[in-house]
Design a protein around this ligand. Structure first.
Ligand code: PLP
Length: 365
């Protein structure tokens, strides 16, 4: 089966892990600091705080922005549950703004409607979904007008860009995940980026029990630290990330061309000014066909996935909190139609042909 995700582990990863194990500095250590600096530099941010996973990165980013109980944070409904959960961790209230059905990202027009209606929105948490940057011109314009803190969930968008800047460098803080299936990985891992020295200092306390200096605990903190082992993998992966991204982009464009004449699926678009890094290559198909289509692909040896089949506010826990279905119709429709195909850099020419032939030979019921 050609899988949707494939964690790449090569000689360099093994070599650096061995160095860490041999040094016995398996918890914190110098690889963490090195990884923080190189990832922050790559992404165009001043500071990077490596931590346990993308979820802790989001929580840390929100705390660094001063999100407190009772605050309102606007976000997209169409993302991994960790996005909205991180708002709940702060005791704050997620408010959902619908997506643009073309890009799957938060729609700036819908965002402004919410900002006009809801008083005292403290922050906006955007998600660069599937590796495609949000419309940053529109969002930064709204930020100026409505004066909210901007936080980026860039967990799927390592190396993605808008105009000359990289995803994760636009807001007060941003969060990345290095989970096994992301475009680069450390097993579990994450990083929070910021350009603000004070926020960086506080973020470092958040991930380390609120510690200041040697043994003084001056704020509430957690153990969200990244291990030296994970950081060693991250260093090796970051060296290869650009090459992998280029392969993902090339694979996606081969698909887009091969599927251009098919009218039963809708292929992904790349808006002007955006660098889409194709964490997922996501197409749409009629809801009544999706299950059959995926089963057909599987029979031909092609794996596929659904990201995500339920908007976050329709999850049982969010329903208990009082959120009602129908809030964001575009996101709910996307959740019924999306299917992601394998696009990762380890696909062979043969694999790509297999995927194309499988999709092209599908017959609608
Ligand atoms: C993966 C992901 C997360 C969470 O990251 P973990 O490392 O799994 O905690 C958050 N948001 C989005 C959009 C993600 O894709």
């Amino acid at each position: 089966m050609i899988s949707v995700a494939y964690p790449i582990i090569e000689k360099r990863e093994r070599q650096l892990i061995k160095e860490v194990l041999d040094s016995r500095m398996v918890a914190s250590g110098k690889y963490v600091a090195e990884f923080e600096q190189s990832f922050a530099k790559y992404s165009g941010a001043k500071f990077g705080i490596a931590n346990a996973n993308g979820t802790t990165s989001l929580h840390t980013a929100l705390l660094m922005c001063g999100i407190k109980p009772g605050d309102k944070v606007v976000t997209t409904p169409f993302s991994f549950i960790a996005t909205a959960n991180s708002i709940l961790f702060c005791g704050a209230k997620p408010v959902f703004a619908d997506i643009d059905p073309e890009t799957y990202n938060i729609d700036p027009v819908e965002l402004e409607k919410i900002l006009k209606k809801e008083k005292n929105v403290k922050a906006v948490l955007i998600v660069h979904l599937y590796g495609l940057s949000c419309d940053m011109d529109a969002i930064l314009k709204l930020k100026k007008k409505y004066k909210f803190k901007l936080i980026e969930d860039a967990c799927q968008a390592h190396g993605a860009g808008f105009k000359k800047k990289k995803a994760g460098s636009f807001g007060e803080a941003s969060a990345f995940s290095f989970y096994a299936t992301k475009n680069m990985m450390t097993g579990e891992g994450g990083i929070t980026l910021t350009n603000d020295a004070k926020m960086d200092k506080y973020g470092r306390q958040v991930i380390n029990h609120g510690r200041e200096g040697h043994s003084s605990h001056t704020v509430l903190g957690y153990n969200y630290r990244m291990t030296n082992i994970a950081a060693a993998i991250g260093i090796a992966q970051l060296e290869k990330l650009e090459g992998w991204i280029k392969k993902r982009i090339a694979n996606a464009s081969v698909y887009n061309e091969a599927f251009a004449d098919l009218d039963f699926i809708k292929t992904p678009i790349v808006p002007k000014n955006c660098r889409h890094v194709f964490h997922q290559y996501t197409i749409r198909i009629k809801p009544s066909e999706r299950e059959k289509f995926m089963k057909y692909l599987a029979d031909k040896g092609v794996g596929s996935g659904i990201y995500y089949n339920c908007v976050m506010y329709n999850q049982p826990y969010y329903k208990k909190l009082g959120y009602k279905a129908g809030l964001c119709p575009q996101a709910e429709q996307a959740a019924k139609e999306v299917v992601s195909l394998p696009v990762h850099p380890m696909l062979s020419k043969e694999d790509i042909k297999t995927v194309i032939n499988a999709v092209r030979s599908y017959k609608l019921s």
